[in-house]
Design a protein around this ligand. Structure first.
Ligand code: BGC
Length: 443
């Protein structure tokens, strides 16, 4: 059979994504360190501990792994509590260490993307109310100024805040993240402050580095009515879709925050995103549940027949990636897939998940969507927040005790895709034959 290839645009960024607290180790001065010490908060009482020991120097071997396996980009985050350990103290050595990582990347053919806030807050900030406090956006802008001044020679792509929707939902609605509250009023306030903080950071970035590109990364959940004919399912679905998927990015377009039951004007937010960062993992079927008012009258299930990850966290539904891409395309600005991945310790589902999701990304690129890159979550197994070490998202496996890395089949798959800048029929036939006929049908 002649070879076929789903070719990606020239200059496409192929990378993986990590976050400071999940990989660095030794982060004891932030709200997650405290959360990890609180009994019952993390699965099996686990701690981030040494994590992947990046702060101890293993960032280099992991980034070498990424580079040597064809990746030309990497997304990492800066730990605020390292750079500003106390309100009146800045740690230039910490910044120098981040500069070293980024310099290494740029000298070794990897484009860095840097996230300024990925779920963690310094303890001193938490103790003064964190993002519930209306002074926090100004403090975040000050932190951004310091970081951008120090790192702008190496970075062009900035994510101000990772998944503000998840940060709010998990911290103030379902309570799985610190501060573990369930308070919708406070949730709306935090969301407002995050938007104001993002807007201020966006302006600081452009003031210091006019050519930079800045945006947020949104966790986009594909939502489908469980009973397509039922108008009832559409009620909670419409609400969640608006508040979780759409509200934040829409506000960065026109300064109007629409939380359905509350509408606010935040004019300073308008025009503050240069790209859409799309984090897509899975899809839910949503059904109306009269007796679940606390869950906004809904229940979610995974689509029947979809393969599901180790701990039932993610279903393999590539069509949902297409939903996310269409949503992102609606903004008319470049799109970067800033996260996508699955927890799979045996790496049996990941190769397929990876290829099938990238096939959707390829489709979008060929509809002329402005797709600029894809960052797989994640490079190496790392600390999965309230789920501790129970989930394995890495292309490389990690033995947490010995710090040994193990190369998974998915690395071979991703390496071929990165190097060929496409998904070739030969690669699929060799490495993921089970999906060959779906991807390259004979008729
Ligand atoms: C977060 C990551 C997390 C991943 C997998 C995303 O929501 O940005 O920090 O590890 O999902 O759970």
């Amino acid at each position: 059979m002649p070879e076929a290839i789903f070719q990606f645009p020239r200059g496409f960024l192929w990378g993986s994504a990590t976050a400071a607290h999940q990989v660095e180790g030794g982060n004891y001065n932030n709200n997650w360190a405290r959360w990890e010490e609180t009994p019952g908060r993390i699965a099996n009482g686990q701690r981030s501990g040494l994590a992947c020991d990046w702060w101890g120097g293993r960032w280099l071997e992991d980034l070498e792994r990424a580079r040597n396996s064809g990746q030309n980009a990497h997304r990492l985050s800066i730990e605020w509590s390292r750079v500003q350990p106390a309100p009146d103290r800045w740690d230039d050595e910490a910044l120098a260490k981040y500069a070293e990582m980024l310099r290494w990347m740029t000298r070794n053919g990897m484009t860095p993307m840097v996230t300024l806030h990925h779920f963690t807050d310094p303890l001193w900030l938490t103790d003064s109310g964190g993002w519930e406090n209306e002074d926090t956006p100004t403090l975040f802008a000050r932190f951004t100024r310091r970081v951008v001044k120090a790192l702008k020679d190496y970075v062009n792509l900035w994510v101000t805040i990772n998944e503000p929707n998840v940060y709010v939902m998990s911290g103030w609605v379902d309570g799985a993240f610190p501060p573990g509250k369930q308070d919708l009023k406070l949730a709306a306030r935090v969301m407002t402050n995050l938007i104001t903080g993002h807007s201020a950071a966006y302006r600081v970035i452009h003031e210091l580095q006019p050519e930079a590109r800045a945006g947020i990364a949104t966790n986009y959940r594909s939502l489908i009515p469980a009973h397509p004919a039922s108008p009832l399912d559409k009620l909670p679905l419409g609400f969640i879709n608006q508040v979780f998927n759409r509200a934040f990015n829409d506000c960065l377009v026109d300064g109007k925050l629409n939380l359905v039951i509350k509408k606010l004007n935040l004019p300073e937010a308008s025009g503050t995103q240069d790209f859409i960062g799309l984090n897509y993992y899975t899809r839910d079927l949503v059904s109306f549940e009269l007796f679940k008012p606390g869950a906004f009258f809904h229940e979610r299930t995974f689509p029947a027949g979809a393969a599901v990850s180790d701990s039932n966290f993610i279903a393999n539904v590539p069509a949902g990636m297409w939903d996310g891409l269409r949503w992102a395309h609606g903004f008319g600005i470049p799109i970067i897939v800033t996260e996508n991945g699955i927890e799979d310790s045996s790496d049996t589902l990941r190769p397929r998940y990876l290829v099938e999701h990238l096939h959707q990304v390829w489709r979008a690129a060929n509809f002329n969507y402005q797709l600029k890159g894809y960052f797989h979550w994640s490079l190496v197994d790392n600390f999965e927040w309230e789920r501790g070490w129970t989930q394995r998202f890495g292309l490389w496996g990690l033995d947490v005790e010995t710090q040994q890395r193990s190369r998974r089949l998915s690395v071979d798959v991703y390496e071929r895709i990165c190097r060929e800048n496409g998904i070739s029929s030969r690669m699929v036939a060799e490495l993921v034959p089970a999906i060959f006929d779906n991807l390259f049908p004979a008729h």
